[in-house]
Design a protein. Structure first.
Length: 147
């Protein structure tokens, strides 16, 4: 049994190494900045994997692009948060609820909606941006509650 565990770990390490090498090669292409923006946008709306890996690879590949890469990543995240708000505001039944269900966050969702209805809703939304809780849950909730 011990060999199986080490074999699985070895396969995972190989896969991570290949992904790392591919990301570094890819970060040196002309499309990397557009992809960084897009990745940050979808992550901020609904995708569970953060764009940090791509951002780090781009900066490691060409350190002189750190400011433009960080700015583009931030802009993508802001646009993605607005998209999350729009999902909650306009598409809660068709798009928002399946996203909440996919994350298995129904109880958290109900709590957030109740809290947003209170007088401190906007402050909670601002504070949520600095927690490990997926921010997309809060942006969708803000839209769904018409905040």
């Amino acid at each position: 049994m011990g060999n199986n565990n080490f074999s699985v770990i070895g396969v995972i390490r190989q896969w991570i190494r290949k992904l790392y090498d591919w990301t570094l090669r890819w970060a040196d292409t002309p499309q990397c900045m557009a992809a960084l923006f897009g990745f940050a946008l979808i992550e901020s709306s609904f995708f569970p994997i953060p764009p940090d890996v791509i951002l780090i690879a781009i900066v490691a590949s060409k350190p002189s692009r750190w400011l433009s890469a960080a700015t583009l990543c931030t802009a993508g995240s802001v646009v993605g948060a607005a998209l999350g708000y729009l999902i909650g505001l306009s598409f809660m039944a068709t798009l928002g609820q399946p996203i909440i269900d996919w994350y298995g966050a129904q109880s958290s969702w109900e709590y957030v909606v109740n809290v947003f209805a209170g007088p401190f809703g906007i402050w909670i939304l601002i504070a949520a941006a600095f927690t490990p809780i997926p921010f997309k849950v809060f942006t969708i909730a803000a839209g769904a509650t018409g905040m």
